[in-house]
Design a binder for this molecule. Structure first.
Ligand code: GRF
Length: 212
């Protein structure tokens, strides 16, 4: 009986694939939440464009299959994206999670997985899109920044917003100190959004994500 129930539960779990280019601390937070049973999902693959990403070690430790598509080995962006798309189709994931994946995802890939790809951005979108969001926030002199988990569409960091956490700026904050405090929130925010997705609680209505 237990075996049957376990099997059913396993079958209900979503398959999530994570893409990252570097250190992978967000990836680790996701691995932990999955291992602790907080997210009803299986990490079916880890994909990286960077063969030196520390995130690869994290995947290996967690026994998650690793796929490396080394960007530097491709003669053009188009060919790289073609290889990436093939790999993404092959892993049959219900959700793709961009956890510090440092390249823009091209339109062919975005269109292949509508409503099935999430990104985390270290600012309160729509403010400070693109690179160095924490630096942009400090330079602008805002009093509050934070992080945003959003669905990926063809715009730059502009897809429907799922979860946001606020972080207050303190006197003397620089890019690094702010990034550090925002990161702590990223590690809560991302698993939270993925959990909602895996529980089928997210509904995209135009620009808005409704949480059921
Ligand atoms: C995070 O700040 C994330 O918001 C941004 O890239 C950074 C990745 O950090 N997209 P890590 O690799 O998860 O530690």
């Amino acid at each position: 009986m237990h075996d049957y129930q376990d099997h059913q539960e396993e079958r209900m779990k979503k398959r999530i694939a994570v893409l990252a280019s570097g250190r992978g601390s967000n990836f680790q937070a996701i691995i932990n939440a999955v291992q602790e049973g907080k997210i009803p999902a299986t990490c079916c693959a880890f994909i990286s464009d960077n063969p030196n990403a520390y995130a690869i070690e994290r995947a290996r430790k967690a026994k998650i299959p690793v796929i490396i598509i080394d960007y530097s080995l491709f003669p053009s962006r188009e060919l790289y994206e073609h290889a990436l798309l093939s790999a993404m189709l092959e892993v049959r994931a219900d959700l793709f999670v961009l956890a510090g994946y440092m390249r823009i995802i091209g339109p062919a890939i975005v269109r292949s997985f509508p409503g099935k790809m999430m990104n985390i951005h270290p600012a309160l979108l729509p403010a400070f899109t693109g690179l160095h969001a924490q630096r942009q926030a400090v330079q602008h002199g805002v009093k509050v920044s934070g992080c945003t988990v959003h669905f990926v569409d063809e715009s730059l960091d502009g897809g429907p917003i799922i979860v946001q956490h606020c972080v207050r700026l303190q006197d003397g904050d620089d890019e690094d100190s702010l990034a550090e405090r925002i990161l702590e929130h990223e590690h809560e925010c991302f698993p939270e959004a993925i959990k909602l997705f895996c529980e089928d609680k997210l509904e995209i209505v135009g620009r808005t994500v409704r949480i059921r």
